[in-house]
Design a protein around this ligand. Structure first.
Ligand code: HEM
Length: 164
């Protein structure tokens, strides 16, 4: 833990972290980009989740919707991770490392990633069997519900980080 604290202290004293922290507009500009990327990411992944749950796009093939939306979700995620990292280094040790909401948010991101991989490598491998079904198999619905709840948790954790 001490090494992690020391590393975060070093991070927040780098030139780029100091510039982000001390400028009046750089932090808000990066945070705005973080939020714009969130719209792309949560919009696309949330749409897929709603299809899995049978709440939207019931006439669409799951595989076609995935092919169309996943590139946006992946691009949105990387933009979030990059801008999030820049926000993080600006006050890595002082504000974020020990922030419960920030820790919760990162934990939920890991869980959501595991859920997405588990879905992809299990039930999604047999998607041809249920591609057009308005009601998807139970495991697909469970994965969709877990994904939706976990990402909502990440958004709440992100918003709350500045208030604890
Ligand atoms: C990929 C999913 C992510 C989502 C949905 C998400 C969501 C959010 C939200 C809603 C905010 C609040 C913005 C505001 O209050 O204006 C935020 C802020 C922030 N995020 Fe993320 N974020 C994600 C990923 C990340 C990652 C990967 C990191 C770091 C490695 C990160 C670091 C931060 C930091 C440091 C803040 C500023 C907190 C503050 O001081 O208010 N985020 N995020």
């Amino acid at each position: 833990m001490e090494t992690l604290v020391a590393w975060c202290q070093w991070l927040e004293h780098t030139r780029i972290a100091t510039q982000i922290r001390e400028s009046l507009w750089v932090f808000p500009a990066i945070e705005t980009t973080h939020l714009l990327a969130m719209i792309v990411f949560v919009g696309s992944i949330g749409s897929l989740d709603l299809r899995l749950l049978g709440f939207a796009w019931k006439g669409e093939r799951v595989s076609q919707l995935s092919a169309r939306l996943l590139p946006w979700a992946i691009a949105g995620f990387f933009a979030m991770a990059l801008t999030g990292l820049l926000l993080f280094i600006s006050n890595a040790a002082k504000l974020y490392l020990n922030n419960t909401m920030f820790q919760l948010k990162l934990g939920l991101i890991v869980l959501a990633g595991i859920n997405a991989l588990a879905f992809h490598f299990t039930i999604y491998q047999r998607v041809t069997a249920w591609d057009l079904s308005p009601v998807t198999p139970l495991h697909a619905r469970l994965a969709g519900a877990a994904s939706l709840l976990l990402w909502i948790g990440v958004v709440i954790g992100g918003r709350w980080t500045g208030f604890v």
